[in-house]
Design a protein around this ligand. Structure first.
Ligand SMILES: *Cc1c(COP(=O)(O)O)cnc(C)c1O
Length: 398
């Protein structure tokens, strides 16, 4: 079938378009409201068109948008300081997306190895990992559809099971050319996968990295910016990474990413080592500063935590007996559905949208991935739970 669209068909789109967004809601042109449990894939964590953020965008757009990194940029300094403060990191490099932030992190690890005389260093990554779509980050990614046919740089990565620090230890014992371990605290794209040991797993990974003197890179592109109930998910643990990346919720819809460093990782990149024409514009960084202010001042994380508990208890009370389980943290939840009840997982997204005006995503085969706004109201949270329960009760025929 030949499409008349001028857009390359890289996405299989749902047959709906939205004209307007406000808070937890998206509206079609005729005004029909849809409750958004996905927020543009964990991006609009503060809801659509948050008034303070929209006002900051409009104001800054009329003052100064871009000058380039050839000059000092006040908003970049301000946003960098605020971000490092909430992240517990020292320094930041601003990029425009998650993949770019991860690309910077991986390049940093390779440069670190190079200065230590390694010929062709490897990075340990996880099964089911997702790190982006540039050639290096898609090579770090596990998803076969994303990798197929791209001559991925597989010799540069070692893949081990997620949640198993002994497997990292074994890989490090078997290879003397590893420069870093890279992972997501909770794996988002592959279905909200959590480690069996929870966030304690991160401390185990940290110990293994320290024992072998390799960098620990955390990809918090999805888990960051309050999503899991802490500013960064790693802050549920007792440790800190050497390199931390984020994007998605960092701009609440404005494209921006960041790669942060701590301790000896601060020294890896010097003049000319890396760059980005757009990275860290006055406009993007003003948005970052505003997002951090709103997350902090609106107590968005405690709201997210409270609503998460409400969502979880409501869902489990209605569906727990039907074999439905939950995983994740804060406002990043996987509703794991039983595989022996004849549920047609691929039709759930359409049914939720068409019959319940609820926007969801299905990941990892049998998990509904919920990434709702951090700051939704308790009423909206219950409304979301009720729509989900109606959908699933029908699927489970109870
Ligand atoms: C979305 C995502 C990325 C890629 O971010 P883009 O902005 O799409 O490049 C990388 N890592 C994780 C964990 C993600 O969820």
């Amino acid at each position: 079938m030949t499409s008349t669209s001028a857009i390359l068909p890289t996405y299989k789109r749902q047959p709906i378009r939205f004209a307007r967004g406000q808070g937890s809601w998206l509206y079609t042109a005729d005004g029909t409201p849809y409750l958004d449990a996905l927020t543009g894939i964990a991006v609009c964590g503060l809801g659509h068109c948050h008034p303070q953020i929209s006002a900051a965008i409009a104001e800054q757009a009329a003052i100064l948008v871009h000058t380039s990194n050839l000059y000092e940029i006040d908003w970049q300094e301000t946003a960098g300081a605020k971000l490092c403060q909430v992240a517990g990191m020292d320094k930041a490099f601003f990029a425009n997306s998650g993949a770019e932030a991860n690309e910077a992190a991986l390049k940093m690890a390779r440069r670190y190895a190079h200065t230590r005389g390694m010929a062709r260093p490897k990075v340990i990554v996880m099964q089911h990992a997702f790190h982006g779509r540039t050639l290096l980050t898609v090579s770090a990614t596990a998803n076969e559809t994303a990798r197929a046919g791209f001559y991925t740089l597989d010799d540069d990565f070692i893949r081990v099971p997620f949640g198993d620090s002994a497997a990292i230890e074994a890989a490090l014992a078997a290879h003397d050319d590893v420069c870093a371990v890279m992972l997501e605290p909770i794996q988002g794209e592959s279905g909200v996968n959590t480690a069996a040991d929870g966030f304690e797993y991160l401390a185990q990974v940290r110990a293994v990295c320290d024992a072998h003197d390799v960098l620990m890179i955390l990809d918090e592109v999805q888990t960051g910016n309050g999503r899991t109930g802490r500013y960064f998910a790693y802050q549920h643990s007792t440790i800190a990474p050497d390199i931390l990346t984020t994007a998605k919720g960092l701009g609440n819809g404005f494209p921006v990413g960041a790669c942060m460093t701590r301790g000896h990782a601060n020294e890896i990149f010097g003049y000319g080592a890396h760059g980005s024409t757009y990275g860290g514009t006055p406009l993007a960084c003003r948005v970052v500063a505003e997002v951090i202010d709103v997350i902090t001042s609106e107590a968005a994380m405690s709201t997210a935590q409270r609503n998460s508990e409400l969502l979880q208890t409501t869902l489990l009370a209605a569906l727990g007996d039907e074999g439905v389980t939950l995983r994740g943290a804060g406002m990043m939840l996987g509703v794991v559905l039983p595989t022996d009840r004849g549920i047609e997982f691929t039709s759930l997204v359409d049914k939720a949208r068409e019959h319940h005006r609820l926007l969801i995503n299905v990941a990892g085969g049998n998990a509904i991935r919920l990434l709702p706004p951090l700051n939704m109201t308790a009423d909206e949270t219950l409304d979301m739970a009720e729509r989900l329960i109606a959908l699933l009760k029908n699927e489970l025929a109870v």
